[in-house]
Design a binder for this molecule. Structure first.
Ligand code: FAD
Ligand code: SF4
Length: 471
């Protein structure tokens, strides 16, 4: 029987149900309930199966979206999971944390008038369901080689690289300074977006596939990078980008001013009961909290403060809501949970009394002409300064690269912004100026997304395989 392509007229877009608000405001668990089989099939069936699927082009790993939606609709979950893994190393993660409204779902033909197909939730459904039913990647056809590659950094870029390498018969050894894999997936993104058990399950699966993990090992301190370059046939470096921007505000030294990642990592490591947390817990219970910045990191901070029972939580952003860089879905979730948004405000200084934060001096802004990225610049409105009261301020302005010196010592060239120079379209994609060293993720792109880090890790693995076998 041929497919009814007008199904979207009868079946509306329905997102998976969210947990009760009262629970969400106190618990550090994922807020979305799993989709049922019936829901997933009904929502998959809304796909028009466009001849030229824009969703697939817009997805940075170019997932075969219409094809796996059809398999879900037919109940063929194992085949759908197999297909998901052909293009994506961590589909269960992307289904949870990709800003789909800006990527696949934003490009869905149904998006404007009928509501996009719930692509992200279905990607999560496929992988979670297949894993729960016992499906595992099948590597029985892979022919092992003698090549060995060191991967430094177990974030999404490093994990994706290791995944594709092992599928090409090349054994990766993944080094990370933290005791668990995932990088920012584990330590930055809070559990209400991505529960930590998801990465634990992934580590078991990758280990069973033959990937070696050397966790709790800091390269440059516990082992020398030069030794890895010598010992392995190639090295992939994906250390992320961690130098916090602080806007050079006055008063940053006051007690009660916190950097976003220190705040988030300290909270997550405490929830994970880690023995030697890299950052202490910062508890904002009972405080009037102001978070500066409107990106994904800012959203994670405001929602963490809500769950810590802050007295009030304000997100202050210098442009208007339409220009916020964070995912629309997460802004909506934050608002539902009780976060107050204040737009068109530029912080000027942290106000303190006896070195304890008492507020943030702000100036109102209006949007002027576009900058080089096409985003309208916020311009200060004269005579509009005021102080927003606060007991705690979290700075979430973003991150810039902080590559270690040992990379340059091995001949890896950096751009003027400090990112590693490694081109996706070169003969061996993502090879650096040292032919044996490849790199990807945030340290090449600058702070970006999980799925773009995965795309680069996968591209680099193909570059490494080609470099090793054609050398
Ligand atoms: P990372 O994830 O940073 O991983 C780098 C790894 O390298 C880390 O595990 C680190 O421990 C390790 N490492 C560093 N130095 C050494 C060393 N010397 N020796 C050994 N190991 C080392 N993106 C989204 O798509 N959706 C979101 O919702 C989202 N939310 C975010 C929330 C926050 C708070 C932040 C900060 C970022 C968020 N992002 C989000 C961005 C996303 O997490 C990053 O773009 C992505 O994780 C980058 O991957 P990566 O592998 O390049 O680096
Ligand atoms: Fe959409 Fe991200 Fe999945 Fe691609 S990986 S289909 S962008 S949710």
């Amino acid at each position: 029987m041929s497919k009814n392509i007008y199904q979207f007229l009868d079946v509306q877009r329905i997102d998976p149900p969210k947990k009760a608000l009262r629970e969400r405001q106190i618990e550090f668990v994922e807020i979305y309930e799993p989709m049922s089989e019936l829901q997933a099939q009904g929502q998959s069936d809304r796909c028009l199966d466009c001849g030229n699927p824009y969703c697939e082009w817009k997805c940075p790993v170019h997932n075969y979206i219409p094809q796996w939606l059809e398999l879900v609709q037919q109940g063929r979950i194992f085949e759908a999971a197999e297909l998901c893994h052909e293009t994506n190393s961590l589909p269960e993660v992307c289904g949870r944390v990709c800003p789909q409204d800006r990527l696949c779902e934003g490009a869905c033909t149904l998006n404007d008038d009928y509501g996009a197909v719930t692509i992200g939730s279905i990607e999560k459904y496929i992988t979670d369901t297949a894993f729960a039913q016992g499906w595992r990647p099948d590597l029985s056809h892979v022919e092992a080689t003698d090549f060995k590659v060191a991967v430094v950094g177990a974030g999404p870029a490093g994990l994706a690289c290791a995944d594709v390498l092992i599928r090409h018969g090349i054994t990766p050894a993944v080094y990370d300074k933290y005791p668990e894999i995932g990088g920012l997936l584990t330590y930055g993104i809070p559990p209400f977006k991505l529960e930590k058990s998801v990465l634990e399950r992934r580590r078991e699966i990758f280990t069973d596939m033959g990937i070696q993990f050397k966790l709790g090992v800091e390269v440059g301190r516990d082992v020398l990078f030069a030794d890895l370059v010598q010992k392995y046939d190639a090295v992939f470096v994906a250390l992320g980008t961690y130098q916090a921007l602080d806007g050079k505000l006055q008063g940053l030294d006051a007690k009660g001013v916190h950097h976003a990642l220190a705040y988030l990592i300290g909270n997550t490591q405490t929830l994970m009961n880690e023995q030697m947390p890299a950052y202490p817990l910062i508890n904002l219970e009972g405080k009037r909290v102001v978070v500066l910045g409107g990106g994904d990191t800012g959203m994670d901070c405001v929602r963490t403060a809500i769950r810590q029972q802050a007295e009030s939580v304000v997100c202050a952003y210098r442009r208007d809501e339409g220009n916020m860089p964070g995912s629309r879905r997460e802004v909506q979730n934050a608002r539902e949970e009780g976060v107050q948004f204040e737009f068109n405000l530029q912080p000027i200084a942290i106000e303190n009394k006896e070195n304890q934060v008492v507020g943030v001096r702000m100036i109102r802004t209006e949007l002027g002409s576009p900058d080089s990225n096409g985003r309208r610049r916020p311009q200060p409105v004269p005579d509009s300064e005021f102080v927003m009261p606060a007991d705690a301020v979290v700075i979430a302005f973003g991150y810039q690269p902080n590559p270690p010196q040992w990379l340059q010592d091995e001949g890896v060239e950096l751009s003027e912004w400090g990112t590693v120079i490694a081109d996706e379209s070169s003969r061996y994609p993502l090879q650096t100026s040292n032919p044996k060293i490849f790199s990807g993720g945030d340290m090449v792109r600058g702070a970006d997304l999980v799925v773009t880090a995965i795309a680069q890790g996968r591209a680099a693995a193909l570059g490494i395989a080609d470099y090793l076998t054609s050398g």
